[in-house]
Design a binder for this molecule. Structure first.
Ligand SMILES: [Zn+2]
Length: 472
């Protein structure tokens, strides 16, 4: 579909041909596309001169010498072409404008979505034409405060809002994708989350991209050509549109394409930070794992505990002996059970008695955990949300691995109840709480779920939390 740069290119190209030319008569081959009275249209476009062509958004306005205007929108595949009368033209021609010197300008539209309307010049100048009146400002006239005001109460995704011509006029699918990539904003962000600074970036990027595209004659995509035999060159400058599965020009990640309300949306998952990474944090036995298991049905979810458990398990495989050797060196042969599993109880006991051993174990495990988290995020970077359960997220310096923190809190009694259900050594496990500074970190947590009642409640609260993060 032609967008602003293409329509502007059409305007400039046509103007060269028809400015001050005599329009002898007009022939309409597909009356349905004329949205005004046909007889008046034919009469008003007979024996007049084309004075000028203006553009508003993606509308072309042909100004005639009889103070009438033709307002035209090309929609999906409409195009104006220039011929000699004797030339044969395509069967999709819908309107023919006969000019002097045996020249014709034809309007060709295979899919018949385009429209033409006749209005008076006064109506046009006074901004009384309904389809033009409701157009938003173009990026060239729009300032960040106005854009921010329009976006701040909208729950739609930013891409959808930028396609809405009432909000900002002249950006179509190609240039919205390119603009959002240029200013590194995820197309899936809620419009209301876009800050004033980001509005400024959007406007500046849109202007830069549109000007470059106009300069290069638009993009030749699908059926659009500005002039017979002449192609726009901007398609060579596109960085995400039509580049799916190609490496990003900045970070080398693969460009992805996803449908957003039916529109193909191209983006770099990394540069545009599509995935929001949420750390799940909470006291021992607060219900973190139940919540993580539930969330994992909907979003990629990483459990630090499960990862570390898997290290203990694989440490006994022939291929992964390094960790086993470390454990024996630090905790002696006692850590190997008779059935050749690792005794975590033994490790826990020794740790409780000797803080140095605890530090040694953490220094061994945490770099591996950090690496595994990075890999998990990279693997799922096109997901909207990624959850990482990290019990000691603040205490052990994992805050920078996540964008937001979801806290799970519960009462002391509930904790005991959970621990009893796990059949754990309650005293030892609660001692772990001494390390835990949930209450001290409460102000750094973006969203807290208080897990005091049923599983159903926890699930309902989890959905609320997901909604909260999707809207951030
Ligand atoms: Zn990138």
């Amino acid at each position: 579909m032609p967008e602003l740069p293409e329509v502007e290119t059409v305007r400039r190209t046509l103007l060269k041909h028809i400015k001050d030319r005599h329009l002898i008569k007009t022939e309409i081959l597909y009356p349905k596309m004329i949205k005004s009275d046909i007889d008046t249209f034919l009469l008003s476009t007979k024996d007049v001169y084309f004075k000028d062509i203006e553009r508003k958004g993606k509308f072309l306005i042909f100004i005639l010498s009889n103070d009438m205007v033709i307002v035209s929108h090309l929609r999906m595949e409409g195009k104006f072409m220039y011929f000699k009368t004797k030339d044969t033209y395509s069967p999709y021609v819908k309107v023919v404008f006969y000019l002097d010197n045996d020249d014709v300008m034809v309007y060709d539209d295979m899919r018949c979505f385009g429209i033409m309307e006749l209005h008076s010049l006064k109506e046009y100048r006074d901004n009384l034409i309904p389809c033009l009146k409701k157009l938003g400002q173009e990026p060239f006239d729009l300032d960040e405060n106005t854009l921010h005001d329009k976006l701040k109460n909208l729950s739609s995704e930013i891409k959808t809002s930028l396609l809405n011509q009432d909000i900002i006029s002249g950006l179509g699918n190609i240039y919205v994708d390119e603009t959002l990539f240029d200013c590194k904003i995820s197309p899936f962000r809620k419009s209301s989350s876009i800050t004033l600074d980001e509005c400024r970036s959007i406007i500046l990027s849109a202007r830069k991209i549109l000007l470059k595209a106009i300069d290069e004659g638009g993009s030749t995509i699908d059926s659009y050509h500005p002039e017979n035999g002449v192609d726009g060159k901007f398609q060579n400058s596109l960085l995400v549109y039509g580049k799916e599965k190609k490496p990003c020009s900045i970070c080398n990640s693969l460009i992805l394409k996803r449908k957003l309300h039916g529109r193909g949306t191209h983006f770099c998952p990394r540069c545009q930070k599509v995935a929001k990474v949420i750390g799940i944090y909470g006291k021992i036995a607060s219900g973190k794992s139940t919540l993580s298991n539930f969330i994992s049905q909907f979003y990629p979810t990483f459990s630090s505990d499960e990862y570390i458990n898997s290290l203990y398990k694989t440490s006994l495989n022939e291929d992964h002996l390094e960790f086993k050797q470390f454990l024996i060196k630090t905790f002696s042969e006692k850590v190997i059970n008779d059935n050749l599993t690792i005794s975590k109880g033994e490790i826990k006991n020794q740790i409780n008695l000797d803080n140095q051993k605890k530090i040694a174990l953490e220094n061994y495990l945490y770099p591996l955990l950090r690496k595994a988290i990075h890999e998990f995020i990279k693997e799922h970077e096109s997901s909207l949300l990624i959850f990482i359960e990290i019990p000691l997220l603040f205490e052990k310096g994992f805050r920078n691995e996540v964008d937001y923190v979801l806290g799970v809190d519960c009462s002391y009694l509930k904790q005991i109840e959970h621990l009893k259900a796990r059949n754990s050594k309650i005293a030892t496990d609660l001692k772990l709480n001494q390390d835990h500074q949930f209450d001290k970190n409460i102000n750094k947590i973006d969203y807290v779920i208080f897990n005091s009642s049923t599983l159903e409640d926890l699930k309902a609260n989890t959905f609320k939390a997901v909604d909260f993060f999707l809207n951030r």
